[in-house]
Design a protein around this ligand. Structure first.
Ligand code: C5P
Length: 223
C-alpha cells in the first residue's frame, strides 16, 4: 500500500523542498515545508521588534499567533505560503534578517510546541508530504515513510549558489558556507528537537544525485 504520510528531514539546502514538492505532485498529495512556518514566525517577531534571544516573548508570540498555512501555486517561488496574524509573510521568507535569525527562533521550545500542533493538524487527513528537521522524529513519528536527505556542506553551498545565480544574484560562496555551518551547528545541537535522522528513516545521500533521481528513489520507497 502507498505510504499516506511521508516525512522528509535533512539539513539546510539539502533539497527537501524541491524534492518534497515533486514527490507530493507525483503522488497527488499535499506538500508542506515546515521551514516556511519557522521563517514566517521569525519575520513576524522581527517586525514587532522582538529580540530573537528573548525566548519568553517568542513563545508568547507563537502561542497567540494565528498561523494560516497553505500550498503555493504550481511554479510559484515558495511551495508553502504562510499568513500570520493576517499579514502575508510569504514574500519575506528568504529575507536576510529572517535567514540570519530563524535558527535562534526555532530553538525555543514554546515556538516549536505551537508550530508542531499546527503541523500535525495539517497532516491529520493523510495524503501529505511534510519537510523539515523533526518531522519523522517529533511531528509525525507514525509517518508511513521517513526519509532523511543528506548532502555535504560543499554540495549544499554550491546548490544554493546556483539558485541565487538563477535569480540573478551573484553568490558569495564563502559566506554561504559560513551561514550553512552556523545553521547546521544551531539546528543539530539545540536541546529541543535537534536535527537528526529518525529511527527507521531511509537515509539518502544526495551528493551525486539529481533531484529526479532522489524523487524516483522516494517514490519507490513510498509505493
Ligand atoms: O528548511 P529551512 O532552511 O527553510 O528552515 C529554516 C530553519 O527553520 C532551519 O534552519 C531550522 O532552524 C528551522 N526548522 C526547524 N524545524 C523544522 C523546519 C525548520 O527547526 N521542522
Amino acid at each position: 500500500m502507498t505510504a499516506q504520510t511521508v516525512a522528509i528531514d535533512g539539513p539546510a539546502a539539502s533539497g527537501k523542498s524541491i524534492v518534497g514538492a515533486t514527490v507530493a505532485a507525483r503522488l497527488g498529495y499535499r506538500f508542506f515545508d515546515t521551514g516556511a512556518m519557522y521563517r514566517a514566525l521569525t519575520w513576524h517577531a522581527l517586525r514587532r521588534g522582538i529580540d530573537p534571544h528573548d525566548e519568553s516573548a517568542l513563545a508568547r508570540l507563537a502561542a497567540s499567533a494565528d498561523v494560516d498555512v497553505h500550498e503555493g501555486r504550481a511554479g510559484a517561488s515558495e511551495s508553502t505560503c504562510v499568513i500570520i496574524d493576517g499579514a502575508d509573510a510569504t514574500a519575506h521568507l528568504r529575507d536576510t534578517d529572517v535567514e540570519a535569525n530563524v535558527s535562534l527562533v526555532s530553538r525555543v521550545p514554546g515556538v516549536r510546541a505551537a508550530l508542531v500542533r499546527i503541523q500535525r493538524a495539517l497532516a491529520d487527513h493523510g495524503r501529505v508530504v511534510m519537510a523539515g528537521r523533526d518531522i519523522g522524529s517529533v511531528v509525525l513519528p507514525d509517518a508511513d515513510l521517513k526519509v532523511y536527505l543528506d548532502a555535504s556542506r560543499e554540495v549544499r553551498a554550491r546548490r544554493r549558489a546556483d539558485q541565487l545565480r538563477a535569480a540573478n544574484i551573484e553568490p558569495d560562496y564563502d559566506s554561504l558556507m559560513r551561514d550553512l555551518a552556523r545553521r547546521d551547528g544551531i539546528d543539530s545541537t539545540r536541546a529541543a528537537s535537534p536535527l537528526t535522522a529518525a529511527a527507521g528513516a531511509v537515509i539518502i545521500n544526495t551528493d551525486n544525485m539529481t533531484v529526479e533521481q532522489v524523487v524516483e528513489r522516494i517514490i519507490e520507497e513510498a509505493t
